[in-house]
Design a protein around this ligand. Structure first.
Ligand code: NCD
Ligand code: ZN
Ligand code: ZN
Length: 348
């Protein structure tokens, strides 16, 4: 019999874009309604490169929360070629910064200040290995010669494998993985290498970008891949392997920035995040593995306590609004105007 009610430990989101200012105020409640904590991405303009900036940003997030919310933002630093080695000790000593984010310069939204030459940050990575601060990676090469669908695989071969050799004790999370190659890499690595997987990469393959005409709202980076890769991601997420865990990569952009001649990358999923994961796990016949993926593997990897409270999901289809407010404009969410099978009905 198919279940109609699901009670799980409250999940966390291990990869999230909350933006800043009015945009932050528009989106944070969706995440805070579902998740206890989230790893907050630092790709603001200007980027969050120091502990002091991360602490300011954290205060702005806390100030934007709905009253009574106990949501905890877990901050990250944006790695640049200028990041001083001493910033790592400061981050470790802080109680607000939990990881450092590596963007290859030019790979994705607001990554211009990222790293051009990996060897320039070796001293910082060495300090992170010593201080046991996790490195989170946007794993795509930026080489324009490389086909966009191969950029993750080539990043693993050219950069990630050598990085593993050089810093074997560094804890790493390959963020928003999209390929069988990434699944194989993580599965074959040691326990200090993990990966986050988004709901949209579990539910959609690259046909979704072109269904009935080009759909900019299904454009994200790394780009959606072919069905064999989606199937490999579903298998990894539902495998029970503790190195795979939930990270929505919910990335809001106003409609005008997506529906234009050169639209930006990012899919907004925070409005239905855990609900969409429930659909993906149900399709795979593995709803029993959702809780570990969403609520256990992440805190275990980050060495944080698992959440104590619980949430309830019920099979109660609802129609996603065509748009949500975003910073004085609007954002078109995933499944806009269409139905989502599960709803969060109880959160203590
Ligand atoms: N995933 C995306 O397509 N976009 C993200 C950046 C990122 O996570 O790469 C964003 O900030 O908009
Ligand atoms: Zn990214
Ligand atoms: Zn992201």
């Amino acid at each position: 019999m198919t279940p109609t009610r699901l009670e799980i430990t409250r999940p966390d989101d291990w990869h999230l874009h909350l933006r800043d200012g009015d945009a932050l105020a528009s989106v944070v409640a969706h995440t805070a309604q579902r998740f206890a904590r989230a790893i907050v991405m630092p790709n603001l303009k200007p980027p969050v490169t120091t502990v002091a900036l991360a602490e300011d940003y954290r205060r702005r997030i806390l100030a934007s929360l709905p009253t009574g919310s106990r949501f905890q933002p877990l901050m990250t630093l944006y790695l640049t070629e200028e990041t001083p080695v001493e910033e790592i000790a400061r981050a470790r000593a802080s109680d607000s910064v939990f990881a450092v984010k590596y963007y290859p310069a030019g790979a994705t939204t607001n990554s211009q200040s990222g790293v051009r030459e990996l060897s320039r940050v070796y001293p910082v990575l060495e300090a992170m290995e010593r201080h046991d601060l996790p490195l989170l990676l946007h794993g795509e090469v930026t080489d324009p010669e490389i086909d966009i669908f191969d950029r993750e695989r080539v990043f693993i071969e050219r950069h990630l494998m050598p990085l593993r050799e050089r810093f074997p004790a560094l804890r790493m999370v390959l963020e928003h993985i999209t390929t069988r190659d990434a699944v194989d890499f993580v599965s074959g690595a040691s326990a200090n290498v993990a990966a986050t997987i988004t709901a949209h990469h579990l539910l959609l393959n690259r046909n979704a970008i072109f269904e009935g005409g080009i759909n900019p709202h299904h454009y994200c980076l790394p780009i959606l891949k072919r069905e064999t890769h989606r199937a490999a991601l579903v298998k990894a997420a539902t495998s029970g392997d503790p190195r795979f865990f939930l990270g929505t990569d919910s990335a809001p952009h106003i409609r005008a920035a997506k529906e234009t001649s050169c639209g930006c990358a990012g899919i907004y999923t925070a409005h239905a995040a855990i609900e969409l994961y429930a659909e993906a796990f149900e399709q795979a016949g593995r709803l029993d593995r959702l809780e570990a993926f969403a609520s256990f593997h992440g805190p275990d990897f980050y060495r944080l306590p698992r959440n104590q409270d619980r949430i309830v999901l019920e099979r109660m289809p609802w129609i996603v609004p065509e748009e949500y407010p975003l910073a004085g404009s609007t954002c078109r969410p995933m499944r806009a105007g269409e139905s989502v099978a599960w709803a969060v009905t109880e959160t203590p």
